[in-house]
Design a protein around this ligand. Sequence first.
Ligand SMILES: C[S@@+](CC[C@H](N)C(=O)[O-])C[C@H]1O[C@@H](n2cnc3c(N)ncnc32)[C@H](O)[C@@H]1O
Length: 331
Amino acid sequence: MGELPAAVRAGGHSGVNTPRLLQIAHDDPAAIRAELLAGLAAPTATISPKYLYDALGSRLFSAITELPEYYPTRTEAAIFATELPHMAEVLGPVATLVDLGAGNCEKAARLFSAFRVQRYVAVDISASYLRESLEFLQQKHPALDMLGIGLDFSQHLTLPAEVGDGPRTLFYPGSSIGNFTPNEALAFLRQARAECRGGALLIGVDLVKPADILEAAYDDPLGVTAAFNRNMLLHLNRLAGTDFRIAEWRHVAFLNATESRIEMHLEALRESVVQWSGGKRRFAAGERMHTENSCKWRVEDFATLLERAGFSRLRHWTDARAWFAVFAAFS
Ligand SMILES: C[S@@+](CC[C@H](N)C(=O)[O-])C[C@H]1O[C@@H](n2cnc3c(N)ncnc32)[C@H](O)[C@@H]1O
């Protein structure tokens, strides 16, 4: 992964700190194109969920969090609202809060005061959306030191030196850890532990629950999640030069109970041929492309996973229905 040398100053506003934005490439277009085309050519076409998040995808995800069916965001928020003082007691003052997959940065912003955060580092693959979110946040917290990092951490979680020395609290909310298979999650958590530098991890995890609740959360009647999933095709057309026509694809989401995960797919409505410079792929009517896994955990299994990754002194908090858990763990 190459690194662009310059720390780019985000656009300024008089009288307010401006958050710095570092872009760590994720910008080798040839490598991205090769990855995408290999995924398209696989027997079951598979594209990483990280490609759901272009600027529009990030906005659509933000809209999803407001849907009545999408319980994770508000359930996690309710846990924080109730347990914040206890979490602050467990973690102590947080010098550096690193928000992994920060999105609109709203969840982290609710922690600043209780955790006495001195430095906020927001990391996200969707760099232009991150810049907008951080600029907005800096207006509300003009004195807080903020750094944005445009980074794809799906393969390696290596934070740049600009994050600074000393222990860090890594914040990974929204059950994004569920996008990894259990083995991938273990590898990610080991890297996260190293990046804590003696600090802690605060992580949100979606829990096992009945299929109807899960499936409604990932296939809402308004069609926002469908738009989020289908928008990936427009992103692919830009990144890989494919000619997907979104009208020919429908959103599918279902519980794979064996793997304890919601799977999202895009299904071809009719036979279609997708072409790109130098290649093509034929999809039969009904054939699917796998776009996201969202693994659901049991509290005890996730605790074991954290311990296997080397974390200790685990604490966790859940909501009254035990639908979601927030874990604190020390590195
Ligand atoms: C499910 S959203 C969660 C957003 C926010 N943290 C929340 O909990 O509401 C996942 C976020 O992670 C970012 N993301 C996804 N894959 C990523 C990757 N490989 N590297 C960095 N950020 C990623 C997305 O752009 C998006 O903002």
